[in-house]
Design a protein around this ligand. Structure first.
Ligand code: GDP
Ligand code: CA
Length: 328
């Protein structure tokens, strides 16, 4: 019998997204899927991409690429393992870039390669496709859009900051009142995204920041409609465990858009597909099992599992539950 591999699509941001994607790839391998790159498509947030010192940075794309390649700095949580910062220091001496924004030397190599190809006329999708050849990633990565979309944070005093400045320089310490993605209203999904979602067997929403990682993906015009009409179930994984964000400052983002930092409030924010939202099922941490009836009451099927992605084995166990929810 020829075994047909499942077609899995994951919507993902950077750090939480990459840990989850590693788990999904592992879960597929355990199912005997040899060519995981053909089975697994990751639609990556590009809302926090930026130009800095003349190069194009794609933080979430790079986090996922490095993690799948096994060259990421797992301890620090971003960038390449064993990187140095000679070039970054030199840029600072020139007063170029942002003094509070570290650029690793190996990382800069990535940015230079990407920028060169963009300047040669390749689209972001084509650049990412090319970048996926260096290491056997075992997944196909697609940017959410080929358009340049920023994330702007409007803070209490009315000033507007680039997301990276707010997040990295101010450590999300300035109270945000709004997040904006200028340019997104005229953006469209990158080539391949709609087809991947429409022909998937399951669509997974990674435990990524709901506001600044998954939010921009869902804000790409048309994507919500594609999700709404997809034949496959949509299964989300909670980035909240025990009423807290695991790491990072997603709670500040949630508060700004009026969503409580709880697993059920985030599920409600995504909403059930039956009532104009995007979810069919929602993986809750064991610590949040008490809110399962609340999630069910919103028309979303709750599933309870350990959600700590401490290593690839733990992430794979989470992915197993998510795939299982789709009957895969
Ligand atoms: P970023 O783009 O680098 O900020 O990363 P993401 O948006 O992909 O992920 C950030 C989110 O991951 C945060 O909101 C965390 O709550 C969540 N997260 C990080 N580690 C874990 C984990 O071990 N388990 C779960 N469930 N969520 C996690
Ligand atoms: Ca990000």
């Amino acid at each position: 019998m020829v075994r047909v591999s499942p077609r899995v699509v994951v919507l993902a941001g950077g750090v939480g997204g990459s840990k989850f994607v590693l788990g999904v790839r592992e879960a597929l391998r355990r199912r005997g899927v040899d060519d995981t790159a053909a089975a697994l498509t990751v639609v990556v947030n590009t809302g926090d991409d930026l130009w800095l010192s003349g190069v194009r940075l794609q933080p979430d794309v790079d986090s996922i690429t490095y993690a799948l390649a096994g060259v990421n700095d797992a301890e620090r949580g971003w960038g390449r393992a064993g990187d140095s910062e000679r070039v970054g220091r030199e840029l600072q001496q020139w007063g170029a870039g942002w003094p509070w924004f570290t650029l690793g030397d190996l990382d800069l190599g990535t940015h230079l390669a990407r920028t060169g190809w963009l300047r040669d006329g390749l689209t972001p999708t084509q650049v990412l496709e090319r970048m996926s050849h260096r290491w056997p990633l075992g997944a196909r990565l697609l940017p959410m859009t080929d358009a340049e979309v920023d994330t702007i944070v409007v803070v209490e005093d009315g000033s507007r900051l680039h997301f990276q400045e707010w997040w990295t320089r101010h450590r999300a310490g300035l109270t945000p009142t709004r997040f904006e993605n200028p340019g997104i209203e005229v953006a469209s999904a990158a080539p391949g995204v709609v087809k991947a979602i429409a022909s998937a067997d399951v669509i997974l929403i990674a435990p990524s920041n709901p506001v600044v990682s998954i939010g921009p993906i869902l804000a790409v015009p048309g994507l919500r409609d594609v999700l709404a009409s997809a034949a496959a179930p949509v299964v989300g994984v909670s980035p909240i465990i025990g009423g807290k964000v695991v790491r990072g400052m997603a709670d500040v983002c949630l508060t700004a858009i009026g969503v409580e930092t709880s697993a059920s409030a985030v599920a409600a924010h995504y909403g059930s597909r039956g009532s104009g939202g995007v979810l069919d099922a929602w993986l809750l941490a064991e610590e949040d099992a008490a809110v399962a009836p609340d999630v069910a009451g919103r028309g979303i099927r709750p599933l309870v599992a350990p959600l700590w992605m401490t290593d690839a084995v733990a992430s794979a166990a989470i992915a197993e539950v998510a795939l299982g929810a789709a009957g895969l």
